[in-house]
Design a protein around this ligand. Structure first.
Ligand code: GLC
Length: 736
């Protein structure tokens, strides 16, 4: 086969080159010379390969494929190995269907609980999104199928997504909205990145040189291809110059003519076009399947794996008086809610899958469990007959399971939610049933956080999110204790939507989305505000109990090692995700109270203990200094916290960091005394000693006047009897 090299590209006509940088159609790259067109298609939680009638929004039918749980649920597994396996299975399906690139995963941060595509994304926290998506990408690509990590970047709302400008300060952009992409690029080397529809700080992302080239390629070293989201390109010539390589799906001949004319008129260097052409051809050469034969693959095995993924991810949010697990052979159980028969198991839009075999909770119910519809999904109004039937069933049963959730037609790609509440007929029924039976469990099917006005009226709440086609089997696996739940929330559930900081700005402006909350997204906000929440980030219960002890912290030459023990003190085997948070007590900038810096899921038999060791690189202590354009880790005090959730901290210890980036800010007369006093920084200590300022300051501080003198700048020490010569000598010494 002719290799793709500069000579080959030089031999192409201008028209052939132009045809290569746009889609041949919705899903294929162009046919040029011997290069066979390569197919790419969705989606993140199952294959959406349209056999005919292509569209980007899941309207036309696609081939049968297993619908796996969506990322909102798989993120709750906190299990990198599981996500790698999920990626492998998706890669197997894609390869069998003759695909070169799978358009996923979606890794945008869940900034607002109202965002329509939260079901398709992992978390409010970039570490969770970054680590789990890295595992997923490695899994898919291990099968010889490329991915397209999306949507780069800051595509955190659906309304006016083609034009709205995400306005974000640089530090927030780097620390919250880009860092998961950075991790995936550096650790998984994805085949492609998909640029998003929106603008970033007023500049269309598809034309955004700073994002697509300066940061993505020059800083992070990305060497794959950048494609557009479908229809995201506004100015293709400008986009190519900015670093976009492939316009999808493209505008056919019009796009080709536009590029050819631009080159002929000198508005686009042919050498610049050649770079994009080379990247397209390299992508096709690397990821194009060897043959175009579609093969079969074991869809039943994938269905069983979809069940396992849901089993490992479902979150037990509440379980008062050990309401769960059920023992349906020893007690009567009423199962209420049309969602048991018509479950929500996947999201709407381009990720929609033509599922192989949906097993509903009704299909999978144990024999002596009775079912009543309870409410109609068709509307929000209560149906009196259904309502009365449900109350009668609840009254006559030992225990009740109510299936509730957010309606499919109100949560999808393409538009945002306007509320977080469940339909009123469901809320009313839950409260009425709780009045007649003291043993009520609510099972939720929703793409993102919901309000629960009845949470104090029921004994147990199980969060299944959108659990894929094996939703019924997995739900009963958890309810009956066949599987001990081990999921943890990857997003906070606020008590009400107005508690979320984005409530002030989200979708308030048609052309601008202003990220006023900055770093304070999700738990970073609620914790800083000491705000009560319905269920915190990282929360998830088990049918067993775990204790933590023996926290140890050791500093190495360029890492910090944290170790601790986790013990299963209960009577059944279980899995616990231990979470490590760091609280920066040192850096003189805005800072969340705590930030997740690592997590580990451990499987423990009853009575078994395991030592968990986490090695933190310097970056785990760093913040992005947008003035210097560097990740800065300041030496000084940090709080190391280990817990079962962000609000269930079991171990904590103060720790003095010594491996920080020695980026000592230049000392000037504006520097405050507290910035140079007892910092532990060797350079400062030596300069204080050599200038004699240490004795002068020691005489000033420590006699109850610390706060006053510690909080004045060096230039003002004259009023405390310290000569300017001495101050200037210290400043010279420390800066040299
Ligand atoms: C859609 C989505 C994107 C998807 C693409 C192709 O509009 O934003 O995630 O991969 O178009 O369907």
């Amino acid at each position: 086969m002719t290799t793709i090299d500069r000579d080959f590209i030089a031999g192409l006509t201008l028209t052939e080159k132009a045809s290569l940088v746009i889609g041949h159609d919705f899903w294929f790259t162009a046919q040029v010379s011997h290069v066979r067109p390569m197919m790419m298609t969705d989606g993140p939680s199952g294959l959406r390969k349209q056999s005919a009638g292509a569209d980007a929004l899941g309207i036309n039918d696609s081939v049968k494929a297993v619908a796996f749980p969506t990322s909102a649920l798989t993120a709750c597994s906190f299990d990198e190995s599981l996500l790698h396996q999920l990626g492998e299975q998706l890669g197997i399906a894609a390869r069998a269907e003759d695909l070169g690139v799978l358009l996923g995963p979606g890794v945008n941060i869940k900034r607002s609980p109202l965002a329509g595509r939260n079901f398709e994304y992992f978390s409010e926290d970039p570490l969770v999104a970054g680590k789990l998506a890295t595992a997923y990408v490695n899994g898919v690509q291990s099968q010889g199928v490329g991915v397209s990590v999306k949507h780069f970047a800051a595509n955190n709302r659906e309304n006016e997504r083609f034009t709205s400008s995400s306005n974000i300060d640089e530090r927030t952009l780097r620390e919250i909205y880009l860092s998961q992409f950075e991790r995936i690029v550096k650790e998984a080397h994805p085949a492609t990145i998909m640029c998003s529809y929106n603008k970033l700080n007023g500049v269309q992302v598809s034309n955004n040189q700073r994002l697509l080239t300066d940061i993505l390629r020059n800083e992070w070293g990305f060497d794959g291809l950048v494609m557009s989201d479908w229809g995201a390109v506004v100015d293709h010539v400008a986009a190519i110059k900015a670093g976009l390589d492939l316009e999808m799906p493209g505008k056919g001949q019009a796009s080709i003519d536009e590029i050819v004319t631009a080159v002929k008129e000198g508005r686009l260097q042919e050498s610049r076009l050649d770079i994009a052409v080379e990247r397209v051809l390299k992508m096709v050469e690397k990821w194009q399947p060897a043959t175009d034969q579609v093969q079969d693959y074991d869809k039943e095995a994938q269905h069983r794996f979809a069940r396992q993924v849901a089993d490992e991810s479902i979150v037990l949010l509440k379980n008062d008086q050990q309401e769960l697990p059920l023992h349906p052979n020893q007690e009567t159980v009423a199962m209420i809610g049309e969602l048991a028969a018509q479950p929500r198991y996947q999201g709407g839009g381009s990720s929609h899958v033509n599922a192989v075999r949906v097993v509903t909770p009704l299909d999978a119910k144990p024999t002596n469990v009775t079912y009543v519809q309870g409410y109609s999904l068709a509307d929000d109004d209560s149906d009196a007959a259904l309502f009365d039937q449900a109350i009668a069933a609840a009254t006559a049963s030992d225990r009740v399971i109510i299936f509730a959730g957010y309606p499919e037609e109100m949560e999808s790609e393409g538009f945002d939610k306007t509320a977080m509440c469940l339909p009123e007929n469901q809320n009313q029924l839950i409260m009425a049933v709780a009045n007649v039976n003291p043993h009520v469990t609510v099972v939720l099917q929703n793409g993102s956080a919901v309000e629960m006005p009845w949470v104090n009226d029921v004994q147990a709440v199980v969060e299944t999110y959108l659990a894929g086609e094996a939703v019924g089997e997995a739900t009963w696996d958890i309810l009956t204790g066949k599987v001990n739940p081990s999921g943890k929330l990857a997003e906070t559930f606020p008590i009400k939507v107005s508690d979320n900081p984005t409530a002030l700005s989200f979708n308030q402006d048609q052309t601008n989305e202003n990220y006023h909350e900055g770093l304070f997204v999700g738990y970073r906000y609620y914790d800083k505000k000491h705000l009560p929440v319905l269920f915190p980030f990282g929360h998830g219960l088990s049918y067993t109990d775990f204790t933590y002890d023996h926290l140890e912290i050791k500093a190495g030459p360029d890492t910090v090692t944290v170790s601790f023990n986790v013990t299963n003190t209960g009577h059944v085997a279980g899995k616990e995700t231990a979470q490590l948070y760091i609280g920066n007590q040192t850096s003189p900038v805005e800072m969340p109270l705590k930030e997740l810096r690592d997590f580990a899921k451990v499987a423990l038999e009853p009575g078994q203990a395991q030592t968990v060791t986490m090695v933190l690189p310097r970056r785990s202590f760093a913040w992005y200094n947008s003035t210097t354009g560097t990740w800065e880790a300041d030496n000084g005090e940090y709080l190391v916290m280990v817990g079962s959730s962000s609000r269930d901290i079991r171990l904590q210890k103060s720790f003095n960091l010594t491996i920080g980036t020695d980026q000592l800010a230049k000392i000037t007369g504006e520097t405050y005394v507290h910035e140079i006093w007892q910092t532990g920084n060797q350079r400062i200590e030596e300069a204080l000693q050599q200038s004699g300022l240490d004795q002068k300051l020691a005489a000033l501080l420590g006699h109850g006047s610390d706060a006053i003198f510690a909080n004045i700048p060096l230039r003002s020490l004259g009023m405390a009897g310290i000569t300017n010569d001495q101050i200037q000598r210290f400043i010279r010494l420390v800066n040299d």
